[in-house]
Design a protein around this ligand. Structure first.
Ligand SMILES: [Fe+2]
Length: 450
């Protein structure tokens, strides 16, 4: 299957693809595995994340910097200053030289007695692909940042992990991600676990800043982002929407809502759909109508892989959060199946689980591979109680912290690996080749039949 359109830049990858083609690409249901791995006792939580360690003695030093893609060649830079500062990003391709600049917007929010710092964002570009840019924020010379733009062609490397939090386990996960060579991080919800205590959003922003200022972090919301308080704070997602603005108003099918959106990478070879588990999703809702429009515009002759992210898993054999994704699955599963979405990644359950290709509860060669990757390291601990016996559609499950990597190698093959946080090592504990359903004659559908 990996002929014709395969990437020409790596003989090693080609050999791997050929090896994968020779083997079964997804394990048969009879190979369901519940990992026997016994997790070592947790280490003491050594982080003092609520300390104000931002070294912002002048109130103007940019902190909590993160970037996110906007369309094919632009980047949004988001940062916070304690005091007033200009919403300007200056940038260029040489360290210390910033010939280009863009000015954006500043916002703040209040939450009970908390008042946020100045939250700035500016969109820079057009940018060249696969290029390192150096930048500074608010014209402040104290911190220079740099990022690498994603490539405009395959291969393309994602890191995917949900339910991060800010514990010692999170720190371990971040360390392993930092050691990876990747182009973009996808986060299916539950970021800071601030849980109403707003300074935790700031400590989380500082914790992820070294990584999130260097690669685009694309996120969607989890239940821990809602933060409604009866009578006092009635607007959901107040902090999340103010701090983690995503490109919902950009691209081919803007959604108009920060809680769900989509974008393309690798020159349109991969379409990524970020769904919202905690806003309306039923038929007739704004999200459902947008998803129909978004999927109708996907041309599988051009788009090699389509992946979707959602917080509450649609398939789950862990006892935690059983059934919480069922209503959304009932509303949207057929839409994803119609366009032959290749994989769906979820969080919420604090463990790892990979399913076979599934549709309507049964193994289906034209359904998505479902993965639960809610194992970033949150403070609520692991979900280690599973339904027994393991359902036939569940291929591998393990209650450990870790992260996933999806390397879309070429137009037909993507390699999924799960990296367990085995204390100091990121151990590959599960991997599978995923073939594009667009390249599968048995699953091909003309647009008119969708
Ligand atoms: Fe959650």
């Amino acid at each position: 299957m990996a002929t014709g359109r395969s990437s020409s830049n790596s003989m090693a990858l080609a050999l791997l693809v050929l090896a994968a083609s020779a083997a079964s690409l997804l394990p048969a249901a009879s190979l369901s595995v519940t990992s026997p791995y016994v997790r070592p006792a947790p280490r003491p939580d050594a982080l003092s994340l609520l300390q104000d360690d931002d070294d912002d003695d002048d109130g103007q030093t940019p902190q909590q910097v993160h970037i996110s893609v906007v369309g094919p060649d632009k980047m949004r830079v988001t940062w916070i200053t304690d005091d007033d500062a200009p919403a300007i990003v200056e940038y260029g391709t040489t360290s210390g030289q910033y010939p280009l600049s863009a000015t954006g917007n500043t916002t703040t929010y209040s939450y009970v007695l908390y008042k946020s710092g100045n939250i700035h964002d500016a969109v820079i570009g057009p940018l060249k692909p696969n290029t390192t840019y150096y930048y500074r924020c608010s014209s402040n010379p104290k911190r220079e940042f740099s990022f690498r733009t994603p490539p405009a062609t395959l291969p393309f490397k994602f890191v995917i992990v949900g339910d991060f939090g800010q514990t010692g386990w999170t720190e371990s996960t971040l360390k392993h991600i930092a050691a990876a060579d990747y182009d973009m991080l996808l986060l299916p919800g539950d970021l800071s676990y601030a849980d109403f205590i707003q300074p935790r959003w700031d400590s989380y922003g500082r914790l992820v800043d070294p990584l999130a200022s260097a690669r685009p972090w694309m996120v969607t919301e989890g239940n821990h982002e809602i933060e409604k308080l009866p009578l006092v704070e009635t607007e959901p997602f107040k902090a999340y929407n103010a701090r983690w603005r995503m490109p919902y108003d950009a691209g081919a099918s803007p959604s108009g809502d920060n809680l769900y959106y989509s974008f393309d990478v690798a020159g349109g070879a991969v379409h990524v759909i970020m769904l919202g588990s905690y806003t309306d999703y039923d038929t007739g809702s704004a999200q459902h109508s947008w998803l129909r429009r978004d999927l109708a515009a996907v041309d599988r002759g051009r788009t090699a892989f389509v992946v979707a992210l959602v917080h509450a898993p649609w398939y789950n054999s862990n006892r935690a959060h059983q059934g919480e994704g069922d209503a959304m699955r009932d509303a949207m599963e057929a839409l994803l199946y119609g366009v032959r979405v290749d994989a769906v990644f979820a969080g919420h359950v604090h463990a790892y689980e990979r399913f076979a290709r599934v549709y309507a509860g049964k193994e289906d060669p034209c359904g998505p591979v479902y993965v639960t990757i809610g194992d970033g390291g949150n403070r609520e601990g692991l979900a280690d109680k599973y339904i027994d016996p393991q359902p036939a559609i569940s291929a591998f499950r393990e209650a450990s912290f870790g992260h996933g990597r999806l390397e879309v190698v070429n137009a037909t093959h993507a390699l999924w690996t799960w990296h367990r946080n085995d204390d100091d090592e990121a151990v590959v504990a599960d991997q599978v080749w995923i073939t594009s359903l667009a390249a599968s004659p048995a699953c091909h559908r003309s647009k008119s039949k969708m």
